[in-house]
Write a protein that binds this ligand. Structure first.
Ligand SMILES: [Zn+2]
Length: 282
């Protein structure tokens, strides 16, 4: 048996001493590399810090800000806001008795005194005295009463609608010419054919302040504006309207004005149009 390769197996590693030398050199190179990396990193961080400092300083000191280009830059023009459509308060007359915006109060008599609207019709709704109104007001009250019945299953009726001058003479006399109870002839909004007194079909609280607490009274207060009506004599505004709270008296003013009054929260025509308060006759 021979072992031709055996001796080689027991030769000492020929490169062992050289390997130790190379290992020492590699260590030096690694230390040098690490030193370079650390030094480089410090330099990079220092540069970054210097740049950040240079960028921030001008705005941090008022003197630098004064000379900064941003300080002298022309301000960006504020965009012009789109104008909100304004309500045109002059589109209908406040004086013409045929205008749906006519304002009748204790300072503003109907003119002429014996005025009778030219477009009176009888609204197709239940009524105690009459259902005579100007045509647009009649159509509106028909729609409003129908909506009330559809929503609640109950009915309303007209207690009183158009009254001519002669009828108002009687009404005023029947109220002992009491200015707190009824309008003087020629001053009643009922003569315009645009005003009406509303009561429940049952007659409960008819022409009484307690109407405000009934179902139709509350429904009207919340919904009449949607049909072009306003509560003409609100609670607590007698010093402006000249009349005590009349939760049953509604005035047709048209959809646009009724919505504007609702949206702005203005409760009287006198305030909305900048007219004199009319607590008493002149
Ligand atoms: Zn009335």
């Amino acid at each position: 048996m021979s072992f031709p390769t055996e001796p080689a197996r027991f030769e000492p590693p020929r490169h062992a001493p050289a390997g130790r030398h190379q290992s020492a050199a590699a260590s030096r190179r690694r230390r040098l590399t690490i030193t370079l990396i650390v030094t480089g990193s410090i330099v990079v961080l220092a540069v970054v810090a210097a740049v950040v400092f240079a960028v921030l300083m001008p705005s941090a000191t008022p003197q630098a800000a004064a000379t900064s280009p941003t300080a002298t830059r022309t301000p960006t023009p504020t965009p012009t806001p789109t104008p909100t459509p304004t309500f045109d308060k002059t589109q209908f007359s406040l004086d013409d008795p045929m205008s749906i915006w006519v304002v009748a109060d204790k300072h503003r008599p109907i003119n002429p005194q014996d005025f009778v609207p030219s477009d009176l019709v009888d609204a197709d709704v239940p009524a105690v005295y009459n259902s005579t109104l100007r045509e647009p007001a009649a159509r509106a009250v028909e729609a409003m009463f129908a909506a009330y019945t559809a929503e609640t299953g109950e009915s309303m009726r007209l207690q009183s609608a158009f009254r001519d001058y002669e009828t108002q003479v009687e009404v005023y006399a029947n109220n002992n010419q009491d200015d707190t109870q009824s309008a003087r002839p020629g001053f009643s909004e009922h003569q315009t054919g645009l005003a009406m007194d509303i009561s429940p079909a049952s007659g409960e609280c008819a022409l009484d302040e307690c109407f405000a607490d009934t179902l139709p009274g509350q429904w009207l207060a919340a919904n009449a504006w949607k049909y072009g009506f306003m509560l003409r004599y609100p609670n607590g505004l007698t010093n402006i309207t000249g009349y005590a709270f009349e939760p049953w008296h509604y005035r047709f003013v048209g959809l646009e004005l009724a919505a504007e009054l609702h949206n702005t929260g203005v409760q009287t025509l006198e305030e909305f149009f900048g007219l004199d308060p009319a607590p008493d006759y002149l």
